[in-house]
Design a binder for this molecule. Sequence first.
Ligand code: GLN
Length: 193
Amino acid sequence: MKIAILALQGAFAEHEQMFRNLGAETTLIRNLADWRNFMSSPSGGMRGGTIPGGESTAMMRIMRDEGLFEPIRRAILDGLPAFGTCAGLIMLDRNHLNVMDIKARRNAYGRQLGSFNTEGDFVGIGQVPMTFIRAPYIEEAGPEVEILARVDGKAVAARQKNMLVTAFHPELTDDTSVHELFLGMVTKCHVPV
Ligand code: GLN
């Protein structure tokens, strides 16, 4: 199983560590050559990609500068399992990569609640610790989107086909359950991409 982690900026190292601890092979993607190597390397069809937290405006700009925007968008639309956390959630929404039928509200918790920890119920998992850092929430979701968790009534985790997003940072806790859920999606998808 091979997991590519977009490493243009932000919290990619924590995802790398988490996936390695779970026994997945990881590749950091910094440019188009990294991406092409990842997509052409044998994986037995078990491949997935992660977009970490960070700053979505910067990530978006670097992604375009590196020529990564279209190839990554195409791969996800073709079925590559994709996992986005925080800024990664924003990147998958209608206004960015436009692969997932969600609209993210950026920096949605205001100054007072810029960063906080809580715990919440996650569909199919149970209680998970949730670390929010200047996080978005999902303010609109289309009919194909399944909301997996809410905090104060706001959607903070969701799934649509091959895509999984969380507004919080599971990679910053020692709870591996959300990463395991994603690896389960990668195993089931088996897309020959
Ligand atoms: N506030 C950031 C953004 O809008 C996201 C914060 C994060 O990823 N921790 O892109």
